[in-house]
Each structure stands twice: as structure tokens, then as C-alpha cells.
Design a protein around this ligand. Structure first.
Ligand code: TA6
Length: 305
């Protein structure tokens, strides 16, 4: 694992990037550029928060981080953009394997970081497989994550099949968006799309109109490559979610009772967040041939109303 000295060496002279321990062994990077502020954890290569700060930007964070989040090595942090990989949800046939895969709870290696003239900071992480990870996933695989933090947030998760046999994977960028009040937002872009309703024991349904949230919601929308837009009428903004190589969109809010049991969502946290996740789940699993690369990409931008 890289220590703070090694991380500072990789970072060179980028003045707005600082590393510190959030808790024992849990390293985070704070990023400040003329156009945004962000926090990124080395565990999971997880964007923890992102707030555009350029003139005219909405003053609110876009990526939500729970006030009650716990920073414990090996446990996923509540908020930000956890990377669910190489499977989404419970493992297909191994009940004791970690939910949402192991990438989100392993420490990634920072390979490079640079700031360009357009005020963006771009960084690249890779996951070095050890024996424990290979016990879950034996395929010869490389996975990299590239983050571009600026006026917009761009994430690219690349999976390379370096082996000689094909494999199948599911995945998601499990993004928590900050909203003024989840009861007053609407998600457009999923109208008419078929989904699996996990709150209704996996019943298959079809979306009618835009999505609104008035109770627990846990849905996997399938076969949908389209852009989604979160309309937030109180904060008077729209968050545009565009994606590439993703056919599934997962919409999740645990609502009050489940949130309370989770213990790290904070008081009323469920009203302030909404997960709209871009990925490939269930029958949208990716089949990756030997030598092939799959790039899941998302781009988030905010429009003021
Ligand atoms: O993406 C929605 C979901 O799969 C839900 O079923 C819910 O459990 C959520 O993810 C959070 O999972 P986590 O393991 O982070 O508590």
C-alpha cells in the first residue's frame, strides 16, 4: 500500500492536492481546483464528495457524503461513488462473497495525477490483485479507474481481460447524489423502461412517466443507455447523468426505516440523498472476450434553473 510519502511523490507539485488519514490506515485525498472541491479515498478509488465552486455554480455539493459515514478499512463508506465490481449486488452463486464485489473495499494504487490548463485534475488508479481478491475472482483481469474532476465529473472504469478465456461481469458506479429533499425531485430519462423491483420481490414492471420517490425504492432499470436527469426544484438545478457502455440504471433510496437500521446514513440522511447508478446488472452483464477491454463511463454536470 502506498504511504503518504509515496503518494506525495506521485502527485508532484500539484498544490491543490493533499493527502491525510481520515482514520487509522484510511487515506483520503482532498482536491481543490479553481472550479471544484472534492474528496477521494484510496480505498475503492472512491470519490467521496464533489462540489463545483466556479462562479455561478450551485452552492450545494453534487455528490453526497453521509454526515454519519464511517471510515473503516475494509468497509464501504456511505456516500460518494462506490465502485461495485466485478459483480453488482449479491454474488450470483456464492452467498458468502461480499455484496457489490470487492473493489469498493480494497485500496487502489494511485498511478498518476495531473492538472491541466483547463483547471481539471485527472487521476488514474489501478487495483493490484492479491491472493484474497483472487479467491473471489480467478480471472486474469486488470481494472483501472480514471477520475476527471473539474466543472464536470467524469469517471471511467476499464476492465481488461488479460486471460485466455472469456468471463462475464456485472458492475455499477453506485453514485449518491445530494438533493434538497428527495420527496421533491424527479428523475427523467427512464420513462417506459422495464425494471426489476427489488422492493417487490424482484417483480418485473415498466416505468410510467418520470420517477418520483415517496417510499423505499430499489430498482434495476434494464436495457437503457439513455441519459438521466435529476430535477431538483428546491435547489433549482438539474443534474445531468450521461453514460457510455452502460445498459442498467439503478435507482435506490432506503427510506426511513432501513436507513435507521443502516446506522451510517445519518438522521434524515435518506431525505438528502438519491442513488442513480450507472452500470450493467442482471441480464445486462458484460461478456468480455480474451484480450478485450470494457469501459464503463459516466459524466455528471449541473445546470442551474
Ligand atoms: O444499489 C442498490 C443496492 O443494491 C440496494 O439493494 C442497497 O442494499 C444498496 O445497494 C446499498 O448497499 P450497501 O451494501 O452499500 O449497503
Amino acid at each position: 500500500m502506498q504511504d503518504l510519502v509515496e503518494l506525495s511523490r506521485v502527485c508532484g507539485d500539484i498544490s491543490g492536492v493533499k493527502f491525510h488519514h481520515k482514520s487509522d490506515g484510511f487515506v483520503v485525498m482532498s482536491v481543490q481546483t479553481p472550479v471544484c472541491e472534492a474528496l477521494v479515498a484510496l480505498q475503492g478509488a472512491q470519490v467521496l464528495s464533489w462540489t463545483p465552486t466556479f462562479t455561478g455554480a450551485s452552492p450545494h455539493p453534487v455528490i453526497w457524503l453521509s454526515k454519519a459515514a464511517k471510515y473503516v478499512v475494509g468497509k464501504s463508506v456511505r456516500g460518494g461513488v462506490p465502485i461495485c465490481w466485478p459483480w453488482f449486488g449479491p454474488h450470483e452463486n456464492q452467498a458468502n462473497f461480499p455484496s457489490h464485489g470487492f473493489a469498493r473495499t480494497e485500496t487502489w494504487r494511485l498511478q498518476s495525477i495531473k492538472q491541466d490548463a483547463s483547471e481539471e485534475v485527472k487521476m488514474r488508479f489501478t487495483l493490484d490483485f492479491d491472493a484474497a481478491m483472487r479467491a473471489f475472482w480467478s480471472h486474469d483481469t486488470r481494472v483501472d479507474c480514471e477520475l476527471t474532476l473539474g466543472r464536470q465529473l467524469h469517471i471511467r472504469l476499464s476492465t481488461h481481460n488479460d486471460g485466455s478465456t472469456a468471463f462475464s461481469l456485472t458492475e455499477a458506479l453506485h453514485t449518491y447524489f445530494a438533493v434538497a429533499d428527495v420527496r421533491r425531485v424527479r428523475i427523467a430519462g427512464l420513462e417506459g423502461v422495464k425494471f426489476v423491483d427489488k422492493v417487490a420481490q424482484g417483480e418485473r414492471r415498466q416505468q410510467v412517466g418520470v420517477v418520483s420517490i415517496a417510499q423505499e425504492v430499489d430498482r434495476v432499470y434494464l436495457h437503457s443507455p439513455s441519459e438521466c436527469v435529476i430535477h431538483d426544484e428546491i435547489w433549482r438545478r438539474r443534474i445531468h447523468i450521461s453514460k457510455q457502455n452502460s445498459l442498467s440504471t439503478i435507482v435506490w433510496n432506503p427510506w426511513q426505516e432501513k436507513a435507521h437500521k443502516m446506522g451510517d446514513l445519518g438522521e434524515d440522511g435518506y431525505l438528502q440523498m438519491l442513488c442513480v447508478e450507472s452500470g450493467n446488472a442482471l441480464e445486462n452483464a458484460i461478456e468480455l472476450a480474451p484480450g478485450a477491454v470494457h469501459d464503463l463511463q459516466v459524466n455528471y454536470r449541473v445546470e442551474n434553473l
